[in-house]
Design a protein around this ligand. Structure first.
Ligand code: HEC
Ligand code: HEC
Length: 433
């Protein structure tokens, strides 16, 4: 049967139902079965018209956006025509005509509906309305023999949905995890000037207003939500986001130059901004378009300062990176992966910056730092120093600083007290290859 013939048949039946003027389901009578059939179908059509079509036409984001960032919307599961919508969902296995209440689309809509945190949110009300509309419509479709028996069309109407990998990547909880590692961990690099509720920030708020308090006291999620609604992210040109151009001092910045192109702070902000822009602009169409899976350790910002004294003149003005390794008393060796890192341009008498702590995703260390205040115990450490003499990072912000830039290492005792006045200091003359 050709699709044309198919839709004509449906159009005729719907037309007949309209002629009968009966829209409510009525029990089939033994003497006359056909009017009941048309009535059932007309019910499905009516439910679609009254409850599904308005969701499709609504300019509001659907309830899905509570957990999915832009990539998923219930509208992607609806087509202008009721029949096309039915066929598309049925052929994708999203509706269960024998047990309508078990339909996969209903499970997708209802995820997290019982989450007490969602209670009272507009999205929760929307979720309930979407669920009830789809439940009623699928039920009406299921009790409609004509619809049920429509054969598989030659060309299945296409939904505007994205591949599962893309949907998973754009989940809000994943973007938040990436935000915590990339941006939230930077707040001490930004010296608390932007951390709401700190004395540094209180002073600046008086002078510049609430806009400088963008690292929210309520935590990473509140901060991310604020950034999404602020003008600090440029989704068309992520590299021109004020989140980058201000600390670069490319746009005049009250805090002066706080990052340089290619340093760890720049890389973190840029990568996150690029990803969010690609998600929000719908640029990821297939799994292959996604950025490489993040295997980087979790980052934890601290107010512990680290200083290298007496740095050679040749390092002056160059981007200098330190990787700090902890001593593992059990194995009697340095740990394999750095426990802390930092980078910044080297000054003429030395180099100093706050350190960012690193812990493998899911490790005990990551868990305990996530719960309490991340800090390093006093003890024996090794610092490896890298100097980007060729300005590699500046030329290509994605370039990795590694063996080529390695200038030497030194063992030292770290106290890791917090605060500018209590730095852990290493004499750079002891740094040897
Ligand atoms: C309460 C949070 C939440 C809401 C609301 C939500 N989702 Fe999801 N969604 C998730 C999670 C979590 C996953 C990942 C499940 C997994 O990986 O096992 C997911 C995965 C998906 C997937 C990928 C397939 C799968 O099952 O993994 C699709 C498609 C999807 N959701 C569609 C939707 C649609 C459509 C809506 C809105 C009608 C929606 N979601 C609303 C949390 C949510
Ligand atoms: C010494 C204090 C100080 C430090 C450190 C600092 N800033 Fe700022 N920043 C300011 C001041 C003051 C303003 C307000 C004046 C202006 O817009 O330049 C500001 C403004 C901004 C704005 C614009 C906010 C808005 O809504 O208009 C952004 C974005 C920003 N800073 C990012 C950063 C980042 C990222 C860092 C760290 C990597 C940082 N700043 C470090 C003082 C600082």
């Amino acid at each position: 049967m050709s699709p044309t013939y198919l839709s004509t048949t449906l159009a005729i039946t719907v037309g007949a139902a309209a002629m009968f003027g009966c829209h409510e389901p009525s029990a089939p009578t033994p003497t006359d079965v056909s009017p009941a059939t048309t009535a059932a179908e007309s019910t499905a059509a009516k439910v679609f018209e009254e409850r599904i079509a308005p969701i499709f036409k609504s300019p509001d984001p659907s309830s899905c956006t509570r957990c999915h960032l832009a990539t998923v919307d219930i509208k992607q599961y609806i087509l202008p025509s009721a029949t096309d919508t039915f066929l598309a969902l049925r052929e994708q296995g999203l509706i269960d005509l024998d047990k309508p209440e078990n339909s996969k689309i209903l499970a997708l809509i209802n995820r997290g509906a019982d989450d007490p945190k969602a209670a009272g949110l507009i999205s929760a009300k929307r979720q309930k309305a979407e669920y009830e509309a789809f439940a009623a419509w699928i039920k009406a479709c299921a009790s409609d023999p004509t619809l049920r028996n429509v054969p598989k069309p030659e060309k299945i109407p296409a939904l505007a949905t994205k591949p599962v990998e893309v949907i998973r990547h754009a989940r809000k909880d994943r973007i938040l995890a990436s935000f915590e590692t990339n941006i939230w961990s930077l707040r001490f690099r930004c010296m608390n000037c932007h951390t709401e509720g700190t004395p540094q920030n209180d002073k600046l708020v008086k002078e510049y207003g609430e806009r400088v308090a963008w690292f929210r006291k309520a935590g990473p999620e509140a901060t991310m939500d604020y950034l999404f609604t602020s003008k600090l992210l440029d989704l068309d040109k992520p590299e021109k986001s004020l989140l980058l151009t201000k600390p670069l001092n490319e746009v005049k910045h009250g805090g002066g130059v706080k990052i340089v192109v290619g340093d760890q702070g720049y890389k973190a902000i840029r990568a996150w901004a690029e990803d969010v822009a690609a998600i929000k602009k719908g640029k990821y169409a297939a799994a292959a378009d996604l950025p490489p899976k993040d295997v980087a350790p979790k980052h934890f910002g601290t107010e512990a300062w680290f200083r290298l004294n007496n740095t050679p003149a040749a390092w002056n003005g160059k981007l200098l990176q330190v990787d700090v390794y902890a001593w593992d008393a059990k194995t009697g060796a340095w740990e394999k992966d750095p426990i802390a890192t930092s980078d910044r341009a080297c000054g003429d008498k030395g180099w100093q910056h706050t350190v960012t702590l690193l812990a493998a995703l899911g490790s005990d260390r990551a868990k305990s730092w996530a719960k309490g205040k991340p800090s390093l115990p006093a003890g024996k450490y090794l610092v490896k120093v890298f100097v980007d003499s060729a300005n590699k990072a500046q030329k290509d912000w994605t370039a990795r600083i590694g063996t080529e830039e390695f200038v030497g290492a030194a063992e030292f005792q770290g106290r890791w007290a917090e605060g500018y006045g209590s730095m852990t200091i290493v004499d750079a003359t002891g740094i040897k290859k």
